[in-house]
Ligand binder design. Structure first.
Ligand code: NAD
Length: 374
């Protein structure tokens, strides 16, 4: 079986497997080929792959020959036209948003595994790419904010006078939000946090942050741990609390997402208008519309003296560690679909294989994606 590692498009610095991870596959009798320059942006040169036993190929050759393809990003139509029917493609394809593209892949007979659809279960933790990458994004959001913020984070008592600590507000306490809290606390900021899931209150408090309570959130206990849409009454109460907290904040990190839907706008223009000039917002939900009324994806805009950075791909700015963790997630998942003789063995009785598979045998097999296309 030939497995191929593709070079990502410009702006994506990660690579699906680093050389030592490709070597782990080779030890399992898989033949690994790498597109020229695939690892360069993650500091893995072609030579580092060849010494581990990988072949180097052009993109076209690789797409035509590989039985299994690793690409973090969606493939273009030109790319998929070159694939053999039955080729397995693995990456982070966000099929709940890109369902029309994925429907085309089904028609071409491609078998698609989208790693962002791995069930959030205990057994799948070692394969959970959303967690490994969100952890990086949460950390980097704080470091980026500290770089942009024109003042200190920690409280300082010096002979020349004292400095008050930065006030941080974090909206959404999932994986990224919790890492952002921990990182902000390490830098000495005072942190307030808001999330619609009351279950996260204890985790937030254990990290030394204050949880902002809003009564009456919709029950999300049956949504696999994810957030659900809220009632208008709740949204209004929430809006007021967030606006009050935003007025006091120096830095806001927003991470609130609802899978398959546009991100909720938590900072309206009215809330942005009461913020202090010089304050910073890092919006990690920018790619799905953003958590502020003024977010522009992949841009930093200044509104009313507030800098709003829209970036949902901060993991790409730490490509060596991000690729290392993604690659480990991928290798752990591959153990479920490649047997000891390097043959592909798809067991759809396994909930992780079933949940992650989006297209197979000419059909969309994931129920949520199928419902969107219908
Ligand atoms: P996410 O990226 O989908 O969303 C980020 C956070 O935003 C969530 O905490 C969500 O509740 C919050 N949010 C959504 N709408 C909001 C709103 N209107 N106002 C404020 N906050 C809002 O979340 P995630 O980090 O992917 O985590 C999703 C779930 O998966 C969590 O319950 C998490 O604990 C769980 N999880 C489980 C495992 C596991 O068991 N293997 C691993 C990781 C995460």
């Amino acid at each position: 079986m030939i497995a191929g590692i593709l070079k990502e498009p410009a702006g994506e610095n990660r690579v699906s497997l680093l050389p030592e991870q490709a070597e782990a596959l080779i030890k399992q009798k898989v033949q690994v080929v790498v597109e020229e320059g695939a690892g360069k942006a993650a500091f893995a040169a072609d030579g580092a792959y060849t010494v581990k036993g990988c072949g180097i190929m052009s993109r076209k050759e690789l797409l035509q020959q590989a039985d299994m393809i690793f690409s973090l990003s969606l493939l273009s139509k030109e790319d998929t036209d070159l694939l053999k029917p039955g080729t397995i493609v693995l990456g982070i394809f966000l099929p709940l948003y890109h369902f029309n593209i994925i429907a085309g892949w089904a028609q071409k007979g491609i078998t698609t595994f989208s790693m962002d659809m791995i069930p959030r279960t205990t057994r799948a933790q070692s394969m959970d790419v959303l967690s490994s990458q969100a952890n990086i994004a949460g950390y980097k959001a704080v470091v980026l904010a500290a770089h942009l913020y024109p003042k200190y984070f920690p409280m300082l008592m010096t002979a020349a006078g004292s400095i008050a600590p930065a006030k941080m507000l974090i909206l959404g306490a999932g994986v990224a939000g919790l890492q952002a809290i921990a990182t902000s606390r390490r830098l000495g900021a005072v942190v307030e946090v808001f999330d619609t899931r009351p279950a996260v209150k204890e985790e937030v408090m254990s990290l030394g942050a204050k949880f902002i309570e809003v009564e009456g959130a919709a029950d999300s206990s049956k949504a696999g741990g994810y957030a659900v849409d809220q009632t208008e009454e709740y949204k209004q109460k929430q809006q007021q609390k967030i606006s009050e907290a935003a007025a006091k904040a120096d830095i806001i990190i927003t991470t609130a997402q609802i899978p398959g839907k546009a991100a909720p706008v938590l900072l309206t223009e009215a809330s942005l208008n009461v913020m202090k000039p010089g304050s910073i917002i890092i919006d990690l939900a920018a790619a799905t519309g953003g958590n502020t009324a003024r977010t522009v994806n992949n841009e930093a805009v200044v509104y009313n003296g507030v800098t709003i950075v829209g970036n949902s791909n901060l993991a790409s700015s730490m490509p060596a560690d991000a690729s290392k963790l993604y690659g480990r997630n991928l290798l752990n998942f591959l153990k479920l679909i490649i047997d000891k003789e390097a043959n592909i063995n798809l067991n759809f009785e396994d909930d992780i294989v079933k949940g992650t598979c989006i297209t197979h045998d000419g059909n969309i097999v994931n129920e949520r994606v199928k419902a969107l296309v219908a």
